[in-house]
Design a protein around this ligand. Structure first.
Ligand SMILES: [Fe+2]
Length: 336
């Protein structure tokens, strides 16, 4: 998806009627509608509450802020800590104050002030050539080791997925060490950062690089598509790296309650339903994410990567270094 696109897709009932019925819940989302629609349908079936969706690839926080007190928005549903933090810092959210959420979602994956909570997790990991890479474990720090010179593929350092990983590196080791690491990683790149996460698997398969950095769910998605499984997924294996003395870097899909929500009670029902056993199982199997709720089985393709040992660093602490990470990417000329 083109994150910079400002096109706004209005789907579902909104296309037919510009006004929102009361008693519905209005969800503004950055998620691909075809991925999340089954979730919305299941929620409606369970509760009788209709979900109206506004879907866009950027600008939803600004839109909600501009709409102000008249905004129909009840819930913001998005991927990535950067989006959840942006919404919170834009002042458009309110604390969830939900016992259900607090009991289901570990504190590291919630805003300390309660303004957002994760509904699912994804990890930022390594895809490696089955043929050329013998290693089955590695650290993130090791990605800067000269032994990988000319062997690593990655998308833009400014993409939010990498921004969070680099911010985590700053949080772990401090700015100076993180910058040294980022320079080392840049020195190891096989090519200019480009494409998306699937393209790292494509380029590994084509022999352009030996390892690439990507999210957990893309490998499962490639595996589902005949035309991507054979050439890309089957040429690669998945390694769950870990920070030295830590665990694997995870990011989240999450929700926030809009401060001006006209249907607040329904919004809270929706948010709490998103962490219910049923919704959590749907997340595991539809979007190939890790469920937040303990005891919900992980999808079997994702489980085949091995046990995820999550880095314990709270996401809010990582998010605090987003700006520094972005500046560092420019400073070292990572994308040049
Ligand atoms: Fe993605």
């Amino acid at each position: 998806m083109n994150m910079r696109s400002i096109s706004l897709a209005i789907v579902g009932v909104l296309a037919a009627s510009p006004t929102f019925a009361q008693g519905d819940v209005n969800v503004y989302t950055y998620r691909e509608t075809k991925l999340v629609e089954p979730l919305f349908a299941a929620f409606t079936k369970e509760t009788g509450i209709k979900v109206n969706v506004i879907s866009a690839s950027s600008g939803l926080e600004q839109r909600i802020r501009t709409e102000g007190a008249n905004s129909p928005a009840d819930v913001l549903l998005t991927v990535d800590i950067s989006r959840l933090e942006d919404a919170t810092q834009n002042g458009i959210t309110a604390p969830l104050n939900s016992k259900v959420v607090e009991q289901t979602v570990p504190a590291a994956y919630r805003d300390p002030e309660g303004h957002w909570a994760a509904v699912a997790m994804r990890a930022r990991i390594v895809y490696a050539s089955k043929e050329r890479v013998k290693q089955t474990a590695m650290t993130y720090e090791e990605l800067a080791d000269p032994k990988w010179k000319g062997k690593i593929c990655i998308r833009s350092g400014q993409h939010m997925y990498n921004n969070a990983l680099f911010a985590a590196m700053i949080t772990k080791h401090g700015e100076a060490k993180a910058e040294e690491w980022l320079k080392g990683l840049k020195a190891n790149l096989a090519q200019k950062p480009s494409g998306g996460d699937r393209e790292t698997a494509r380029d590994i398969a084509a022999g352009k690089c030996d390892i690439g950095i990507a999210n957990t769910y893309y490998w499962a998605l490639m595996n589902d598509k005949e035309e991507q499984r054979k050439p890309w997924a089957e040429a690669t294996k998945v390694i769950l790296p870990s920070f030295q003395g830590g665990g694997t870097h995870v990011n989240v899909s999450g929700v926030a309650l809009v401060k001006t929500a006209p249907n607040k009670a329904n919004a809270m029902k929706f948010i709490e339903w998103m962490v219910s056993p049923q919704a959590q199982q749907m997340h595991a199997d539809l979007t190939y994410e890790y469920p937040m709720r303990a005891g919900v089985p992980i999808n079997k393709t994702i489980a085949s990567y091995g046990e995820l040992k999550r880095d314990p660093m709270p996401l809010a602490q990582i998010a605090a270094n987003r700006k520094k990470a972005s500046e560092m990417v420019d400073k070292v000329g990572f994308d040049n």
